[in-house]
Every structure is written in structure tokens, then in C-alpha cells.
Design a protein around this ligand. Sequence first.
Ligand code: NOJ
Ligand code: CA
Length: 690
Amino acid sequence: MQRRSFLSLTAAAAGVSALSALPVRAQTAPNAARAASPGGVLTVEATTDNDGRPMYSVHRQGRTVVEASKLGFLLTDAPALERGLRLTATQPVAFDETWEQPWGERRLIRNHYNEFRVTYAETGGLARRFDVVFRLYDDGLGFRYEFPEQPGLTTARIGSELTEFNLAENGEALWCPAWEWNREEYLYNRTPIDAVANAQTPMTVKSRSGLHVSIHEAACVDYAGMNLRRSEGTKFRAQLTPGLTNAAVVRTLPFNTPWRTLQIADTGAGLIESGLILNLNEPNKLGDVSWFKPMKYVGVWWEMHLELKSWNSGPKHGATTENAIKHIDFAAKHGFGGVLVEGWNKGWDGQWFANGSDFSFTEAYPDFDIEAVCAHARSKGVQLIGHHETGGNAFVYEPQLEAAMALYERLGVHSVKTGYVADAGGARVAGPDGKVAMTWHESQAMAQHHMKVVEVAARHKVAVNAHEPFKDTGLRRTYPNIISREGQRGMEYSAWGNPGNPPEHESNLVFTRLLAGPMDYTPGIFGMETRSPGGVQTTWAKQLALYVVIYSPIQMAADLLVNYETNPGPFQFIKDVPVDWEETRVLAAELGDHVVIARKERGGDVWALGAITDEHPRVLTAALSFLDPGRTYRAEIYRDGPDADYRGKRESIVIEQKTVTSADVLTLALAPGGGQAIRFVPTGRGRRGQ
Ligand code: NOJ
Ligand code: CA
């Protein structure tokens, strides 16, 4: 009955009342299956064409968003799985849960979708098959391929994935290039959709009629990362990261691919508020992770990027016992939870980023007494944040992982920043033959490597913040010890200058990279020191706003300590701003231009607001209706001074207080490259002024 038949959705069929509102179309081709999201906002149709090629399309409120797009695979040792397929489908099943994050941008996330499974089976030959499982949400969808065990295919050697995203409408795309030497760290392009070349994901577009769509992936486990190649017009094709052989992915059946995701919303705010990527990941597999606490940290770090200190040993060595203790004492005095110390371990001498195979992850340089430093930190209620730079040499790191994480556990170090500095294609892993093989940062081999690191770290109660990482696909839901990562140009580019991150960079991140998950961006730079001109291109007020706009359960106060000691006024916001949130509301958002986000602290009543703009000055308004009605708040405002400008008076900041209620609307005047940060502290119940 279901075979080759249109799948009509009724409450009776699915056995759930939530489905009764789904629209049911009268006519559809016989070789099609269709289902809608819980509120009927999105509809997906899976079909085959006349050649038996598998296709899907996406529709939203009567408009087509994704035109018929191909599905399938090219295999390296067997005929392609791309045509001669017959479709059957299951009835949709509704799912609705609300789950709790251990920490996050909001505590509770609703996971509400309708799922249906389409089986594509070869009508002749090897009679191979794969399923495509669609999960439809009102704010987007995910679909993944599932390969059940079968006689005609035991190991899939995937050369290419044929998945297409054939966007129905042209418009503007925000994207950064894929396959270039600097991996994920590129400035964004803003071009017509039909002028995109090879793009990383998330790639976000705003169609001419105003629809916002972001293409990405979720739950990438033991698979190659996906980039997008525009094949023609506004049609994109999945482009898998190359593997160690001519296959990008080698998997024994049964297995599932990552989810291919489309977040779809009327506004940029809708994309930012979506929980789609996390929802498509499996629930927490680690259980109690209360050994990690969200925190802010300082570090022996910016001074290295300014070349005032060095990672390597010698007269400029930054990671000395004395310097670490100075930072620990500062952290304890000002309420920071952690101190990052880079360059503590042997292996940095010489050209570490070209060589890097000398790294030891257990032996400290003689001028760094790791036992004494950690004992001092513990006595002050501060944690050392571990550091494992590998230079991309996963094959050097893996044999040391167990001992390295055990050392941190013994010393009370519950998080580590890892690093994979190597050019694209220049990471190194142990290949299947035991020999060292070059690989890409988002290859299947590196997906396996990162999973190994996360699992060993979790066993030793260590959380991981990877730089030069594999992209974020929401795995922090399953493995909450994946706390943050880099994966785009961070603040360090501004230390180097020439060019630093331009003023629109953070506004671009919000609508792309940050949709994937937390970023260790390392804001908080007041100092004027940079290595060459064109350094930090934001005002001070914007540096503060970034603590609210960019979500991460670890946030660095990245500047030199002296710049905080000499600027206690603005530093106060960095000390006060929470890092863990009960709730997040996006008050205003325009793709790549500006954003205003309000977040409520978890376990308290304080709200914080961050507003940022690009190079253009703007006057925005923020209705404070998110505050508790009937309550008064002290708004601690950090705003751009009248002459603030990222090209000149970065430091011009006005710090003032106002009494406000949920009925107030604030006017936010942002300077070029500027921003505004506000902390709302409840002062009592009743009318203003009481
Ligand atoms: C690149 C990282 O992004 C940076 O934060 C770190 O300091 C260096 N690698 C050295 O590990
Ligand atoms: Ca980096």
C-alpha cells in the first residue's frame, strides 16, 4: 500500500494528535512521498525522476525553497548509487521532547519534529538500497542517509556524495571559501547566491523575497566534512573532504551519514534562535558532567601573539612558573575561573608549526613547575587550562593522549585547549598501513581523531576546546565535554594586524560560523598594541558586547593584564557578565550588518544585552519586554562615546546607570565598528525608582 504511493499524513496514520494539522495535498506523482513539519510550515517531497534518480524538494508556506535536488553517491569500487532506484516510504512519526543542556545559550531546548523514512532500492543488479530519513521542524530540516546491512554492499567506499541543494531563488549569500590553504579561517564574502564558488558551511543566504536559509550539517561522526560547490545558477552540491585513499569515506555497513541541514526562517533572528543542529544530535552519552563549570579565563597568550613573549624556551619564554602565578593571582583577585598557559610543554623550539613532531604532552620546560603552578591555582580556587598544540600531528598526539589527560586529571585541570596549526591538507595521521599520511583537517580520519580525543578526555574529566578544529556539527549535545572551538578567524588576527578582522567580521560570524555552535573567539581587547597596523577594528564597547553576542561556556579576557588593571571601568563588565544562560532572545538581526541579543543568566535573575554593528554607525532600539514585568532593574550601560570610532577613538566609552523596567525601550547608538553592552540587575519589585 505504501509502495510507490503518495504518503498522506493523518493523525490516525501517525497515531498522534500533533499531526492532525498537517496539510494533505490531493495530487502528487505516484513515485513521491511527502510530509510536513509539526506546524505545517515546511513540507518535503521525496521523489524519483524518470531514470529512477532519487530527489527531494523543500517547500515553505506554499513557496518552493529547494527545487528538486539529487541524492545519492559515487562509489570508488562499485557502480554509483544514483539511478535505477525505486522509492518506498514509511508513515511519518511525530516526536516532541524538551531537553536540558548542562550549560548553554539556553537551558531548555524543544525538539519537535515529524520524521519519515524513504527507502531507495535498486530495481536490478545488486539490489542495493539506502534510506533517507527526513526530520522536519518548523524552523528547518535535516536528512541523512542510512545504510542498513545488505548482501550487495558490505563496505561503502564513497568517492562523492551527490546531495544537492538547488535553491529556488537567487539573493545574497554570506560565505567563506573552502579548500584554501588557511582551512576555516577566511573573511566572509557577501555576493549574489549565483556568484558563490566553493563555500564552507554554514553558508547562509537571504533570498530576494527575504527568506533566510543556512546550509550546514549535524552529527558528523566518522565521516568526512562537507563543503558546498556551486554547480550552476543557485544549485549547490555537497563536496566531501578528501580521504586517505581515493574514497572520501570508507564505512562498513550498517552506518548513517551526518545530517544535511537547512535552517529556514523569515528573519536572521530565527536562524540564531533555532536549536536544529543540536536537536539532530544524540542525547548526552557522558552522564554527569558537573566536573566542568562554565567560566571566564585569562591567559599567557596575547603577549605571545604580540611577540612580547614566546612559546619556545629562552629569554622570552612566556610559560614560566612566575608568569603563571602572576596570572593565577590576577584571576583569583578578579573572579576568573581559569588561566591558560601556552608553551608550557617541551616541543616548541624551532619551527614548531612546520615540524611539530617533537611535542611532549607530559613534560614541562624546566622553568615551568607544573606541579607547583597547579597547587598554587588550586589553593586560590582557580584552574589551569591545559594546552596541547599538535601542529596538526594527530599521529604524535594520539599515543600520548592517555598519559596527557591522566596528568591533567591528577592536577585538577578540567579543560584543555588543543591546536592543529597546519596548512590545509597538511595534518598528519597514522594511516591504515601504520605509515604517516597527510590529510585535511575535516577528513574522515580527523573526525575519528577528534572523537578519540574527546572520549579519552571525558574519561579523565577533561573538556576540550579545539583550535584549527573539525567544524562544529553540534556534537556537544552528545559529548558535553566538547565545550567550544575556534574554526574561523578569532581575535588573534587582530593582534597580528594587516589586515586584522574588519569591523563586519563579528556580524558575519553571528549568521554563519556561530550557527554551528560555540566559538572561543577570545574578546576583551582594550590595548592599542598590535604587531602591525590595521589591528583591532572595534570600539571598546563592542569588545564588551561580544561577551553576550558570542556564546561560549568559556570566554577569555584576552588582553594583557596591565590593560585591565589600568581600565577598571570597562573591565568591570567583563568581570560581571555571565557565561551560562537560562534563555536567549534575539532582539534585532540583519545578515552581516548588526545584531542585538539579550540573554538571562542561568541560576539567577540578571539579564545581559549585547549589540554590535559593522563599519556603519547605527541607531537601534531595544524593547526591554524580556525583563520581568513589575520589577525594576539597574541597567549598567557601557556604550560608545560620541566620538568613538574603530578607526580612531576605540577607547571612547560612556559607562552609566539607569533604572529601567520591562516597559522601557532603549535607544542604542552604535559607532562605526561599535557596540553596546548592558547588564540588567534587579533592584526590587514595584514601580520605577522604588
Ligand atoms: C593557534 C591558536 O588559534 C592560538 O590561539 C594559539 O595560541 C596558537 N595556535 C598556538 O597554539
Ligand atoms: Ca587559529
